[in-house]
Design a protein around this ligand. Sequence first.
Ligand code: HEC
Ligand code: HEC
Ligand code: HEC
Ligand code: HEC
Ligand code: HEC
Ligand code: HEC
Ligand code: HEC
Length: 386
Amino acid sequence: MAIAIVILSRCMNVADQLPKDIRGEAYTGAATCIKCHKDLSSSYAHSAHGLTSKPVVDAALLKIFAPDSNSFTFDPHQKVVIEKRDSGIFQVAYRDGKAVRAQKFDIQFGSGEKAYTYTYWQGKKMYELPLSYFAAIRNWAISPGFPKQTFYYDRAITSRCLECHASYVEKKVTQKSAFVMDEEMERGSIIYGIDCERCHGPGKQHVVFHTENPEEKTAKFITIYKTLSRKQKMDVCGVCHSGNTLVAQRSVFGFEPGDDLDAYYSQDFVGFGGGNPDVHGNQTTMLMGSNCYRKSENMTCQSCHNTHENIKGNLSIYSQRCISCHQTTKHSPATLAKGSLTTNCIDCHMPKEPSKLITFQQAGKDHLSAYMLRSHHIAIYPVNKK
Ligand code: HEC
Ligand code: HEC
Ligand code: HEC
Ligand code: HEC
Ligand code: HEC
Ligand code: HEC
Ligand code: HEC
């Protein structure tokens, strides 16, 4: 009894000393994880997942645009200018030289891999700014899907964006009428970026145990990925990588590894029924349609991606992962003659393709510009065949 109390009070002390996390008692926050997992944490801090949303810090924002590319002209009468003012940086709309609307950059979406989009707060609601920044052109263009005739400031951004680009937001939803829902979000509650516990589940008990038992080298009270089934592994990534058309039945912020994703999203019959999944945001369905996935027993996202390493752009390392299953390949002499057959399987079998969902409008261009992504439908593409 006495021993039990001593252990209990020691546990409670450890637990009490951990930072509080708005997601609930079971969570503790990335800062705590970093204490014991330093090696992983440094890579995480610079990863696309970690950086996919954050409050705009003016100095960082100023770095991305050259002074001569800080405006977007719609026509001779209308433009939007990115302006530094005393209270922050704004997207200011001008009509015939007169400023008619100005909204501040509050939150950045995207790590900048391909694009940044920005939002501003109005009370407890968030709206998207008219201009986004696209890495492919290193310049500003109209935010995807926005009108090209004039500036637009009124696209509401809901917590759904944050469900894939952040780790938490507190929201209040009220039913305004049969079909209209009204959502309010608490600014201060947002946990930016995709953090450790978003992918690994709540970790406080794990931390308490390992603090109490420093000699224990086997992980306790945290899901061991290796023990998950193939579907469970796919579901962990599928929370955010299986497309934008799924209807969430309940908030996916609560999803933990091991959970069944079907309990969160209602089936997307368009996407799974051999429809037309998009290269943007739907890597899961694309991959599941390829023979590599269908005819192997254990391919998952982790066959090629370790979310804790950064091998971005290193197609030769990725190609090694293909070769781990394809030691011998039958290529025709014509294909072999094209070279790079051992170091770059990717460009031929996972070519970059334009998204059907996302395009963007550059200034002075008649056509929309393509937003290119890797196709996760691994296959023999006709263009490479001779
Ligand atoms: C007090 C030290 C400590 C803290 C703090 C800590 N861990 Fe761990 N963790 C360990 C130890 C020890 C292991 C087992 C050895 C190893 O795999 O590195 C481990 C292993 C893991 C594993 C590997 C499980 C597997 O697949 O084998 C994951 C995932 C993990 N921790 C996540 C977290 C997360 C998330 C946090 C923050 C909520 C966290 N850890 C905080 C000590 C800690
Ligand atoms: C909570 C949502 C979420 C989960 C869960 C998630 N991702 Fe992502 N992932 C994103 C978002 C958002 C981006 C875009 C990041 C950016 O550049 O802003 C992304 C980007 C990526 C990228 C490209 C960037 C890079 O690092 O090269 C890869 C690869 C990736 N995810 C793989 C995975 C895998 C594998 C899993 C499952 C283990 C996973 N993701 C789980 C949301 C998620
Ligand atoms: C179902 C999950 C999901 C939702 C919802 C979602 N995104 Fe994404 N988003 C992703 C993933 C995954 C990527 C990266 C890979 C890709 O494009 O396929 C991404 C990429 C992006 C990028 C480019 C990131 C970069 O660094 O290149 C931006 C910007 C972005 N999303 C903004 C938004 C905004 C704004 C919303 C809400 C209107 C939103 N997203 C809703 C999953 C989602
Ligand atoms: C985008 C999802 C994602 C995020 C964010 C993430 N992890 Fe992981 N982590 C994974 C996956 C998936 C694995 C399993 C890798 C495998 O087995 O191939 C893993 C493995 C691990 C492992 C054990 C294997 C190893 O590489 O040592 C530890 C420990 C770990 N993660 C800790 C953390 C910590 C700490 C953070 C935050 C700093 C974090 N993870 C953030 C998805 C994620
Ligand atoms: C987990 C093992 C695994 C990995 C990793 C893997 N594949 Fe495959 N792949 C397979 C299997 C199994 C088949 C089906 C072979 C058959 O039909 O006999 C296949 C089929 C193919 C095909 C034929 C496609 C078709 O439609 O007929 C191509 C091309 C291919 N893979 C290329 C690649 C490339 C490129 C990579 C790396 C980006 C890769 N694979 C990674 C297991 C894998
Ligand atoms: C057979 C290998 C393979 C598998 C399996 C795989 N990927 Fe990829 N993925 C790649 C390669 C190669 C790239 C391009 C990397 C680069 O350009 O640096 C890529 C890029 C990405 C990107 C960045 C988007 C882009 O166009 O640059 C995301 C997001 C991503 N993968 C998510 C996933 C998810 C989620 C899964 C599981 C559903 C998955 N991948 C499974 C090989 C794979
Ligand atoms: C120059 C483009 C190109 C490159 C590079 C390339 N392939 Fe292929 N691959 C093809 C074409 C085209 C075919 C169809 C057969 C043919 O015409 O050669 C094919 C067929 C295949 C097949 C199906 C035939 C079989 O062997 O079962 C597999 C698997 C495959 N490739 C894997 C790979 C892997 C793995 C790599 C990298 C080590 C790679 N390919 C590099 C274009 C390419």
